[in-house]
Ligand binder design. Structure first.
Ligand SMILES: Nc1nc2c(c(=O)[nH]1)N[C@H]1C(S)=C(S)[C@@H](COP(=O)(O)OP(=O)(O)OC[C@H]3O[C@@H](n4cnc5c(N)ncnc54)[C@H](O)[C@@H]3O)O[C@H]1N2
Ligand code: MOO
Length: 402
């Protein structure tokens, strides 16, 4: 089977992925969730003309010239409007956020006022309309300010609350089950025996999925036995997984049982092997409603595949409208040889340069190397058959998060 181009593989992964159904969640739980419907303001903000300062509400004509002495006829505080009217020659004491009384159109700040009983004298003039926030200056009832597909920020929660929503409709979070296969694997913190390797892939993938808004669960290490892989798969389905991510056992070795186990359970394979480095032996298929990403065991391969395929898939399932990584431009920090048939996603460091950021691929791009992966700031994309590229020439990068 020929290697599948990265773009076509991504298209197939997303082909049957649709935003998950909506649920209503209270605002404090809605951070980073994705709106399932447009949210329109149920009120106008501010609901009336209000004062922006502590001072005196007056008629602008009365304070156009100074000194001016007016009679104080009442007081307004935020939440306690003054029912009367401010007539010519009159003023009302007002505080920030207080509703402008009828007749008043200007607020003189208290620093300009000298109070003497019910008289107030302003030593300097104030222009008509100063220090007043007009009704609806922020938003008006009926205005749709937050749109379906938006991932809610902390500021969005403030706005939703101000629009008088205690809760919002958001898409359900996808459940991502992660398993790592391999007889050689032991959990971090244990004493690895001869030939044993510490299980590490699941930690990055679980965190990556969480950061993208999924509920992810690492089911841990599964032994290289058909029954064990089948049992883990069933456990993930029983948990209600939307996506199963496996790492390891994706290649062609005789212990590479993952595909066999999945097929035994009815996997509908969409592809295996992508024109990608690292990550060639990646696999994708569906088991009923469950999407399955079979990632290679090499740690860097598993991470790059998750970054390129799992992230857009999660974004689609969570309902986001923008699901692709946004490429940036940089200048190469070193020469790169011509590329072969596999697109290369090279771990690279980013440094500032006089003509823009410089991306320098780390010297060894071996897909087992976790230290340079952790140190990397970005991936430099090399298209299949890209020609030799000289240091200083432009390149396309994908920034890595955190
Ligand atoms: N004859 C061929 N051999 C290989 C090919 C090939 O085309 N022909 N492809 C190579 C490529 S490319 C990759 S990538 C690897 C992928 O192999 P597997 O998916 O079968 O991975 P494993 O053999 O299970 O593991 C590879 C390596 O990674 C370590 N590993 C596995 N899981 C974890 C984990 N959860 N945490 C940490 N480390 C893990 C494992 O111990 C191995 O060292 O195949 C090449 N071979
Ligand atoms: O694809 Mo493998 O991930 O090149 O090492």
């Amino acid at each position: 089977m020929a290697l599948m181009p990265v773009a076509e593989a991504l298209r197939q992964v997303l082909a049957e992925a649709a935003p998950l159904p909506a649920e209503t969640v209270a605002l404090p739980a809605a951070l980073a969730r994705v709106l399932a419907a447009d949210i329109a303001a149920t009120r106008t903000q501010p609901p009336a003309d209000v004062s922006a300062m502590d001072g005196y509400a007056v008629r602008g004509a009365d304070v156009a010239e100074a000194p001016a002495t007016l009679t104080v006829v009442g007081e307004v505080a935020a939440g306690h409007p003054f029912e009367g009217e401010v007539a010519p020659g009159q003023a009302a004491r007002i505080f920030t956020g207080g509703v402008m009384p009828r007749g008043a159109d200007t607020v003189v700040i208290q620093e300009l006022a000298q109070r003497d009983g019910d008289k107030v004298t302003f030593g300097k003039p104030t222009a008509k309309g100063r220090n007043v926030r007009a009704k609806g200056i922020d938003f008006s009832e009926g205005e749709a300010l937050l749109h379906k597909g938006r991932r809610l920020s902390d500021r969005d929660l403030m706005l939703a609350a101000a629009m008088n929503y205690p809760s919002v409709p958001v898409h359900r979070r996808p459940k991502i089950a992660i398993i790592g296969t391999g007889d050689e694997l032991v959990m971090p913190g244990s004493k690895p025996g001869a030939g044993e390797i510490v299980y590490s892939n699941g930690y990055a993938l679980t965190a990556l999925a969480q950061a993208e808004g999924a509920e992810s669960r690492d089911f841990g290490i599964v032994r290289d036995r058909l029954e064990d892989i089948v049992a883990a798969l069933r456990e993930a389905r029983a948990w209600g997984a939307d996506v199963l991510v496996t790492t390891g056992g994706a290649s062609v070795g005789e212990h590479d049982l993952v595909q066999r186990a999945l097929k035994a359970e009815g996997l509908d394979l969409s592809f295996w092997r992508v024109a990608l480095r690292p990550g060639k032996p990646m696999m994708h298929g569906r088991l009923g409603g469950l999407q399955v990403l079979g990632l290679p065991g090499n740690p860097v391969s598993s991470y790059v595949c998750a970054f390129l395929f799992l992230v857009p898939l999660i974004r689609r399932l969570t309902g986001r409208t923008v699901i692709d990584h946004v490429p940036d431009r940089a200048l190469l920090g070193r020469d790169l040889p011509e590329n072969d048939e596999r697109a290369d996603y090279m771990r690279a460091l980013l440094t500032p340069g006089p003509d823009g950021p410089i991306a320098t691929p780390v010297p060894s791009q071996d897909s087992s190397l976790m230290a340079p992966l952790a140190a990397a700031d970005c991936l430099v994309i090399r298209e299949p058959y890209a020609p030799f590229a000289q240091a200083g020439s432009p390149c396309v990068i994908l920034k890595l998060g955190l």
